[in-house]
Design a protein around this ligand. Structure first.
Ligand SMILES: *Cc1c(COP(=O)(O)O)cnc(C)c1O
Length: 374
């Protein structure tokens, strides 16, 4: 067997006819940039997410950068985010000359700890960037209360949880990425809604912020060749939009398939003390962008080698928290400052999760894991 982390070929084969047709249409009318399909996909996504504005852009990292630029954040402003995430989140904060303020995560969900956010707020704090890590939402009830109290912007990094539903304390439900002032996502091929190249989008219900973001992604112009702001060039191309438009109606079924695989894993590992399976908070569902175990007194490198030798892909997301990354070394932080993130970084391991896993593959994977651990 050879089991990849994500099976893009298998998924493509199922959707091939529809996808090929839509790509061919773009080729036939040659509207590669800003073709009508880009607007159509954005409108479909607005409807799916129940949000007023979806602004497509070049990738998820740009989405975060555009959000921060549109909010007018300035050097010296502090932006609070989690130390246990993909680097893009902190990268754009640093690139814009803002000050990233890192905080620890909760041990069970691995998402940003609202209490740690409270403690990190200073008069310079301007925004909070929660990351909905691995496919489930951070505690947005608490984060929005903190943001309102201190008049902070909330930018959701929703690159990993598109399609997840969040249930508020009052029972109302919203889609991940539509709760804060701005939501950002990525259509990187391996994401839950993946294109066949780079892509991203930014969401908001705020007309003014939307207008600003539309200008920022387009060289800072609202009227052609009149540049009111310093912007960037960040576009979703028509071929990617065509692929995404075909895939979007399948997104909920993709999440179901991922949940079936996750449930199989959960059941197989339920009685193994050395494995903690993913814990989903009560206020969110989980779309399992990653299926991430926490190992307890297991030789992780040995297990990884054992799996790889059997053709089972595996990965560590993420081996080094942001405060320990070389490029982000900062005298404000030292080893041991964020003990939960550091412990997770040392003990997590992700198994293949995607829409095409078969029961035979899942059995092969879980047998191989247990063979090494027991
Ligand atoms: C993938 C990802 C991004 C960046 O998306 P790109 O499209 O690769 O730029 C940002 N944040 C998180 C949490 C991600 O997983």
């Amino acid at each position: 067997m050879n089991i990849p982390m994500v099976d893009l070929q298998g998924q493509y084969r199922k959707l091939k006819t529809e996808i090929d047709t839509e790509i061919q249409k773009v080729l036939d009318n040659s509207s590669y940039i800003n073709g009508p399909i880009v607007g159509e996909f954005a409108a479909d996504l607005e409807k799916y997410l129940d949000i007023k504005h979806v602004i497509p852009c070049g990738n998820g990292t740009d989405a975060l950068q555009v959000a921060m630029m549109a909010l007018g954040l300035k050097p010296g402003d502090e932006v609070i985010t989690t130390t246990f995430t993909f680097i893009a989140t902190a990268e754009v904060i640093a690139l814009l000359g803002l000050t990233p303020v890192l905080v620890d995560v909760l041990e069970d969900t691995m998402n940003i700890d609202p209490e740690a956010i409270r403690k990190a707020i200073t008069p310079k704090t301007k925004a909070i960037v929660p990351v909905h890590l691995f496919g489930q939402c951070a505690n947005m009830d608490e984060i929005m209360v903190i943001a309102e109290k201190h008049k902070l912007f909330v930018i959701e990094d929703n690159a990993q949880a598109i399609g997840a539903n969040y249930t508020f304390k009052d029972g109302s439900v919203k889609k991940a990425g539509t709760i804060g002032h701005i939501g950002c996502t990525s259509f990187f091929p391996s994401k839950n809604l993946g294109a066949y190249g780079d892509g991203g989008a930014i969401f908001t219900n705020d007309d003014k912020i939307a207008e600003q973001m539309r200008a920022v992604v387009n060289h800072g112009m609202k009227v052609r060749y009149y540049h009111d702001y310093v912007g960037i060039n960040s576009r979703l191309d028509s071929i990617q939009a065509a692929i995404l438009k075909v895939k979007l109606p399948h997104l909920d079924n993709f999440a179901k398939a991922r949940n079936i695989a996750a449930n199989y894993y959960n059941t197989a590992f339920a009685n193994c003390e050395k494995i903690t399976t993913p814990v989903t908070a009560e206020f969110t569902d989980h779309v399992f962008h990653q299926y991430t175990l926490v190992l307890n007194k297991v030789d992780r490198a040995g297990l990884q080698k054992h799996l790889s030798e059997k053709g089972i892909s595996n990965a560590v997301y993420y081996p080094v928290p942001l405060h320990q990354q070389k490029a982000y070394r900062d005298e404000r932080y030292k080893d041991g400052d964020f003990p939960i993130a550091e412990k997770l970084a040392a003990n997590v391991m992700s198994l293949p999760i995607h829409t095409e896993l078969t029961i035979e593959q899942l059995k092969f994977i879980t047998d191989a894991v247990l063979e090494f651990i027991l």
